[in-house]
Each structure stands twice: as structure tokens, then as C-alpha cells.
Design a protein around this ligand. Structure first.
Ligand code: UD1
Ligand code: UDP
Length: 360
């Protein structure tokens, strides 16, 4: 069976890695990695292939950056050609990036079976490009594999037939457990002059936080205030780096001795910083899940989340740029309930998915 695994942007690589290895270990399941090229910097793409022991992509579409329509359209055009030539039996897409919906559209229209891993997540916020990508992908894919029961509920509410939906668990936990020994063997925080559990780790890249000068300025000012109580390490996403420079805000962070502004890191080094952080400040989807699994406080700068179990069961708290300082203070002073790990976030999701595929 020829199976395409679509990888495109940073959060995709850790989702396809455990599945690639599981499928490659089984008879008659031939995984083929298709990289759309949505992310292309060394530390936004290639580094994850070596971190997870993946082969170089078997097929590379080289699409790159662009507007939403350009990126989505270019992936569709390039991938359709590949589909005509290679005729896979199954296309597996992950997550909610532009390439996820583009590859699904191209495959479904040629009558090729498609599966969405991490299906059913909904923030209810249609101003997020990812929410549109989730809704469209789930409405056309043949197999919907969800990470948590809220995903099944959301899909049923949208009228999806029960037989298309399977709760498989959270593949991000497979990646973490796959890499745990190598993560724990590091002490990356020392490189930035920090001590275990005595720093905060920051990631920000959502357009709603970083594309508007006033919001980004307020966030920089609040991070500077926070850093007076807890030093911060901030591996900065290329979108955010570009906007800090464009809006003339870089100096607020770069000239502050309590803030280490660094390039994005590979998975092993980044996760070592997560494991040893006192808390996270983020707007990332994946980081909300990783911190819940590890029981580390996570302050998420968003008005909503498509991963509600991280709030109802885990250590995640939503906050706004205006109340982040108060939420931070409450967390540092210990007013954060201990979380629990959601069911099926157990490192066995790739196995469950491979079992489903082998029965197709
Ligand atoms: C994308 C996803 C988002 C995901 C994020 C993970 C969509 C709509 N957005 O957002 O859901 O959370 O990836 O990181 O699919 N750039 C570089 N180098 C790179 C990649 C991007 O410099 O390797 C810069 C370019 O200027 C580009 C900008 O970052 O225009 C944004 O990249 P893009 O992939 O369009 O969106 P992200 O913000 O990365
Ligand atoms: N990550 C990383 N290096 C970094 C920042 C993030 O390896 O410098 C990892 C981390 O595991 C995170 C994942 O990349 O869960 C997804 O990242 P991102 O926030 O870019 O995407 P999202 O989950 O928001 O779509």
C-alpha cells in the first residue's frame, strides 16, 4: 500500500515522524514523505528530519511562502501533478496549516482516499486561518482521526457520519516519548545563562498577536515587565522576527538583559527548554499540549483554543495581552491547579493509526 504523508510546516514534522517510523516497520505499508515546502529555513524544517531520524523528503514541492490563496493554490497545482504520476492508495494529512487543506482538496477530487490526523479540533473562531483549514479538511476527508473526545463531538455536530470518525489519541505525545532520552540528556538552558525551573519560555507567531503593531508593542512591554521577575528565553518565529523589525519594536526585547531573544530551535533543544521551564508563555497549538502532558503551567495568549482539554484537564490558561501580567503573577505564586493527562495521550497513537490503515 502506497501512503503519502504530507509535511509542510514546523508543527507537521513531529506529527508525521512517529507515523512514518511505525508504517515503515510494518509489512506492505509503504510511507512516502511529501514536503510541500511551506516552511523552508533550516531551523523551521530540515532540523526536524535529523531530530526525528527521518529520511529526506521523497517528494518536495518547493512551494514556499505567499498569501493564503497563493500558498494553497500552489500546493494544489504542484501536488495534483504528483498524484497523477504516483497514484498513492492513501494520503494522510496532519494538523491545520494551508498545505493540509490544499493536499486534501487535490487528493479528494481525484478520488484518492484521504485521512486527517488531528481531526475535529475547533476553536469556534473563524478569524483564524487554521479554523477554516480544519473545517474544510474535515468536511471532505474520508477518515477523521481525532486526538480527544471533543473532536468526535464537534464532527458529529457538523453532521459527519460516525463510521468516518476514530479517536486515536495525540500523536504529539508519541514524538515526545520517542525523543525523551535525547531531550533529557541536554541542559540547553545553561547556554542562555539560566537555571532549571528558573526561567520562562516564550513562543509567539499567531497573526492576531504579532501582525498588529499596537498588540505586538503591548506584548513586548508586558514581556519586559514579566522578565523582571523571571528571566525569559524567546526562540523567535520568522513571522514575529520580521514584524518586530518592520514595526521598530525589536529593541524592547533585544536590549533587555532578562530576555534571551534567539533563533527558532530544533525539537530536541526546544523540548529540553520546555521540560526545564518554570512556565510557558505561548500562542502555539502544540505547546499547549506538550505542557499539559508534562504538567508545566502554560499561559496561552489567545481568546479561545481548539484544544479545550488542555484547559479543562491540563495546565493551560487562556489570557490576553492586557491580563497576561496578572495571570503570570498568579501562576508564579502557585495559584495554578495541577493538571491531568488526557486519555490516549500515551505515546501509542501511531500504532493505533497503523492498525487502522492495515485494515483498510
Ligand atoms: C504557519 C501556519 C500556522 C502554524 C505555523 C507554525 C498557516 C495558515 N499557518 O504559520 O497554522 O501554527 O505555521 O509555525 O498555514 N517564513 C520564513 N521561513 C520559513 C517559513 C516562513 O522566513 O521557513 C516567514 C515568511 O516571511 C512567511 C512568514 O514567515 O511569509 C509566514 O509563514 P507561513 O507559513 O505563511 O505562516 P506561519 O506564520 O509560519
Ligand atoms: N518547536 C520547536 N522549536 C521552536 C518552537 C517550537 O521545535 O523553536 C516545536 C514544539 O514542539 C511545538 C511545535 O514545534 O509544539 C509546533 O510549533 P508551532 O508553534 O510552530 O506550531 P503550532 O502548533 O502553533 O501550529
Amino acid at each position: 500500500m502506497k501512503i503519502h504523508l504530507i509535511a509542510a510546516a514546523r508543527p507537521n514534522f513531529m506529527k508525521i515522524a512517529p507515523l512514518y517510523h511505525e508504517l515503515a516497520s510494518r509489512k506492505n505499508l509503504g510511507p512516502v514523505i511529501v514536503h510541500t515546502g511551506q516552511h523552508y529555513d533550516l531551523n523551521m524544517s530540515d532540523i526536524f528530519f535529523s531530530d526525528f531520524g527521518l529520511p529526506a523528503p521523497h517528494i518536495h514541492l518547493g512551494v514556499g511562502s505567499g498569501t493564503h490563496a497563493q500558498q494553497t493554490g500552489n500546493v494544489m497545482i504542484a501536488y495534483e501533478k504528483v498524484l497523477f504520476e504516483t497514484k498513492p492508495d492513501l494520503v494522510v494529512v496532519v494538523g491545520d496549516v494551508n498545505s493540509t487543506v490544499a493536499a486534501t482538496l487535490a487528493a479528494v477530487k481525484l478520488g484518492i482516499q484521504t485521512a486527517h490526523l488531528e481531526a475535529g479540533l475547533r476553536s469556534g473562531d473563524r478569524t483564524m486561518p487554521e479554523e477554516i483549514n480544519r473545517i474544510v479538511t474535515d468536511s471532505i476527508a474520508d477518515h477523521l482521526w481525532t486526538p480527544s473526545p471533543d473532536g468526535n463531538d464537534n464532527l458529529r455536530k457538523e453532521g459527519v457520519a460516525d463510521e468516518k470518525i476514530t479517536l486515536v489519541g495525540n500523536i504529539m505525545i508519541d514524538s515526545l516519548e520517542m525523543a525523551r532520552q535525547r531531550i533529557e540528556a541536554q541542559a540547553v538552558y545553561l547556554d542562555y545563562g539560566c537555571q532549571k525551573k528558573q526561567y520562562g519560555l516564550v513562543t509567539l507567531h499567531r497573526p492576531s498577536n504579532v501582525d498588529h503593531p499596537d498588540t505586538l508593542k503591548l506584548l513586548c512591554t508586558e514581556l519586559a515587565r514579566i522578565s523582571e521577575r523571571l528571566p525569559l528565553i524567546f526562540p523567535i518565529h520568522p513571522r514575529t522576527r520580521a514584524n518586530l523589525e518592520k514595526f521598530g519594536l525589536n529593541h524592547i526585547l533585544a536590549d533587555n538583559d532578562n530576555i534571551r531573544l534567539i533563533d527558532p530551535l530544533g525539537y530536541i533543544h526546544f523540548m529540553n527548554l520546555v521540560f526545564n521551564a518554570r512556565l510557558l508563555i505561548t500562542d502555539s497549538g502544540g505547546v499547549q499540549e506538550e505542557t499539559t502532558y508534562l504538567g508545566i503551567p502554560c499561559l496561552t495568549l489567545r481568546p479561545n483554543t481548539e484544544r479545550p482539554v488542555t484547559v479543562t484537564q491540563g495546565t493551560n490558561r487562556l489570557c490576553t495581552p492586557a491580563d497576561i501580567f496578572d495571570t503570570f503573577t498568579a501562576t508564579l505564586d502557585g495559584r495554578m491547579p495541577a493538571g491531568k493527562i488526557p486519555d490516549l495521550w500515551d505515546g501509542r497513537t501511531a500504532r493505533r493509526v497503523a492498525d487502522l490503515i492495515s485494515r483498510m
